[in-house]
Design a protein around this ligand. Sequence first.
Ligand SMILES: Cc1cc2nc3c(=O)[nH]c(=O)nc-3n(C[C@H](O)[C@H](O)[C@H](O)COP(=O)(O)OP(=O)(O)OC[C@H]3O[C@@H](n4cnc5c(N)ncnc54)[C@H](O)[C@@H]3O)c2cc1C
Length: 383
Amino acid sequence: MAVVGLGAIGSSALWQLAARGVDVVGVEQHEPGHDQGGSTGRTRLFRVACLEHPGLAPIARRSRELFRELEASSGEELLLESGGIMIGQPGSRIIEGTLATAREHGLPVERLDDAEVARRLPAHAVLDEGDVGLWDPEAGVARPEATIVAAVEAARAAGARVRTGERVLAIEPDDEGVTVRLASGDLRVARVVVAAGPWIAQLVPSAPVVPHRVVQTWFRPKEGRDAGIERLPVFIRSVPGLAGEPRWIWGHGALPGDLVKVGGEFDGPFDPDDPDAIDRGLHVGETDDIRDQVAATFPDLEPEPAAWTTCIMAHTPDGQFLVGRADAAGRVVVAGGCSGHSFKHAPALGELAAQAAVGESPATDVAFLDPRRFEHLVPSTAG
Ligand SMILES: Cc1cc2nc3c(=O)[nH]c(=O)nc-3n(C[C@H](O)[C@H](O)[C@H](O)COP(=O)(O)OP(=O)(O)OC[C@H]3O[C@@H](n4cnc5c(N)ncnc54)[C@H](O)[C@@H]3O)c2cc1C
């Protein structure tokens, strides 16, 4: 078997396949933990009460178990549970989405009124009247680059072969198996897991995944102010004064030796960017929106970003991921389409991809992530 792309999901798929005793090779165009794909930027938010879909809560919890296994094998802290607060108006997507997931799974999410939010989390004292907060005690911060390196090492330790610095040029399934085309010579395998992140549609054209350049930003606390993660745990919240708009910001306080991370909502539709030609510079005015949103929300922060970097998002039409068989014969399994919220799920998505590849039943219902839900979007070549 082969896994193409050893980023967040592929590194886990490789590990999980090797752990099942499968003879598997992983191919990655860069080195594990690189900064050219969708998993760069030092941290990612982890939440269990996922506002995006109730079906994601069990996947996040399974991921947490796998993060802990990787922490044990690597000796690195990969997931820090800080708790997290979602703030918005009743009826907003942030609040109703989080509540729906919490209700469906009986999660220990606590509802706070605006006065209680300001008292318990003074960093969030600037609120719109009527805002409510939902405290998810299971939320936290995950470390993407270190997790990927740890998963690749765990895969190697379980017997996987790893080929880095090699680009897969094409994937060609046929009646007997799959040819994975490489410049250095083709691989012939029974099945392939394609976890190529923002590049996935280049290799599997039926995957409607749109790559899009995003700028990540970090902020410094004002002189003498505390903006550490304990005072400013993980958050997703509406911007004061913009509660009626479909806009929110997300982030977390500073980890030791680092800055405060704040990002804006990823609101499409998105123009596709070429993942091989991403503009890695910063354009004039590009961080003005986030600067204004930070200024309106956090009086303790210097509103001008202190650091930034580019990253590539991989969007699907419905904002949910793809994991499962892409073809009727099951020779090609796809896993990706991050849509801005998949890192927390990546260890479990890798496991689900491995399960699809070996024909095991998935541990949780993932019909809503079935790649074939988009079949009707693929242009017909007939006639
Ligand atoms: C700015 C930003 C913020 C985000 N915030 C959060 C968050 O707070 N919480 C959260 O849960 N998620 C978040 N996400 C989403 C999450 O980080 C990504 O979904 C996830 O890391 C993507 O993982 P992936 O495995 O799909 O892709 P990647 O990690 O990009 O992996 C794909 C890999 O495939 C390799 N590859 C591609 N093509 C080929 C080829 N032809 N041959 C060989 N190798 C190839 C690439 O080099 C890459 O290593 C965010 C995403 C972005 C961009």
